[in-house]
Design a protein around this ligand. Structure first.
Ligand SMILES: Cc1ncc(COP(=O)(O)O)c(C=O)c1O
Length: 388
């Protein structure tokens, strides 16, 4: 198996080699905290499961390959991954973060790590000029999410990576919304990719996990050290579930995106919402960037399975939510089942109201995560919920 194999083939085989001892085609789950040493320091590559576990190693190999990276570190959550990444920097370092990142990333930066002397600055990273203007002598990291949660704003990874390189700054991309199937930031010049594996990588809303992937050997060494020291690791069972999930990621993500594309077009044409926000629509201000940057492994544009809708009023929003039959009101996204959420009060509750309003993250905004149900059932559910 090599890097030259196609995404779908790597997803099935890398990290999933048959068990050497028994020949089992499906990888065993190594439920162990510790490992026998034949003499002090003489082990088979593992000594304690916080530092490493064979099931986790298989998952890390699989995810590294799917993101076109050399090194992957798996974590107990996406936030554990982001926190570990930030912890590779030091007090006094300046970190530029996209202004519309996930609310938990905002909370960890401003309410926890800022107390430890990190200087965070939130910038609208859709514009390269904004990033350039924010760079200071102590800027060490630019952290972007593209598309963002929930406004689906895009940042140009290639141009941002070039700017960062010219200024000796690392670029991290939260690739949760696209999954490695829809976007591989390392191949566009990013230094590190972060995932909430809870979402499309897991794909079934049955676990919480995260990952960091990089080609930078120095960064990998630091990430591994903090992963082992802090211990925010996923259980072997969760690693196994994730390994199983990535086998179907290409099929799931493509279908979810196809469903979302079709729904977004129909909803846009019907004008029943004040605004339909979806990068696949020509009305999206960054549609051409989405078309260029968000590509399936075959090089075909893929616009993702997240759609945000402006209802116009909180009353219409609440009526819509209570009438939906198939869409479950819940946090999270990326699973095979369709979900609906209200970012203003749910995922972005910890972001100050004035900051939310300044970027038009309003109370009437509803976010859909489209699953793999039949498109006609999803469409009918939305239309009926509005009519009732
Ligand atoms: C874009 C994005 N990044 C990071 C996270 C955090 O991941 P987790 O919930 O796995 O800690 C989320 C969770 O919703 C997210 O949507």
């Amino acid at each position: 198996m090599s890097k030259k194999d196609n995404f779908q083939t790597r997803a099935i085989h890398i990290g999933n080699e048959p068990d050497q001892e028994t020949g089992a085609v499906v990888a065993p789950i190594h439920l162990t905290s510790t490992y026998e040493q034949h003499a002090v320091g003489n082990d088979k590559g593992y000594d304690y499961s916080r530092g490493g576990n064979p099931t986790r190693t298989r998952l890390e190999k699989n995810l590294a390959s799917l993101e076109s990276g050399d090194h992957c570190f798996a974590f107990a959550s996406g936030m554990a991954a982001t926190t570990t990444l930030f912890q590779t920097f030091s007090a006094g370092d300046h970190i530029i973060i996209g202004h519309n990142v996930y609310g938990g990333t905002y909370r960890m930066s401003v309410k926890v790590l800022a107390r430890h002397g990190f200087e965070f600055e939130f910038v609208d990273t859709r514009s390269l000029e904004n990033i350039e203007a924010a760079i200071r002598p102590n800027t060490k990291l630019v952290f972007i999410e593209t598309p963002t949660n929930p406004l689906l704003e895009l940042s140009d990874i290639l141009l941002t990576a070039n700017l960062c390189k010219a200024n000796n700054i690392k670029l991290a991309v939260d690739n949760t919304f696209m999954s490695p199937f829809g976007q591989t930031p390392l191949s566009l010049g990013a230094d590190v990719v972060m995932h909430s594996a809870t979402k499309f990588i897991g794909g079934h809303s049955d676990l919480i996990a995260g990952a960091l992937i990089t080609n930078d050997a120095d960064m990998a060494e630091q990430l591994q050290f903090i992963q082992k020291s802090g211990g925010a690791i996923p259980s072997p069972f969760d690693c196994w579930i994730l390994l199983r999930s990535t086998k179907t990621m290409a099929l799931r993500v493509q279908k979810q995106s196809d469903n979302a594309f079709e729904l977004a077009q129909r909803l846009h044409q019907s004008s029943i919402f004040d605004e339909v926000i979806y990068p696949g629509l020509e009305t999206h201000p960054q549609h051409s960037l989405a078309k260029r940057q968000q590509l399936s492994p075959e090089g075909v544009p893929i616009y993702g399975s997240m759609i945000s809708l402006r209802c116009g009023s909180v009353q219409k929003r609440d009526d819509f939510l209570s009438n939906l039959r198939l869409f479950t009101l819940a946090e999270s996204l990326g699973g095979v089942e369709s979900l609906v959420s209200v970012p203003f009060e749910m995922t972005h509750a910890s972001v100050p109201t004035d900051m939310k309003l300044s970027m038009r993250l309003t109370e009437d905004l509803v976010r859909l995560s489209i699953g793999i149900e039949h498109i006609e059932d999803l469409y009918e559910d939305i239309m009926m919920a509005l009519k009732e």
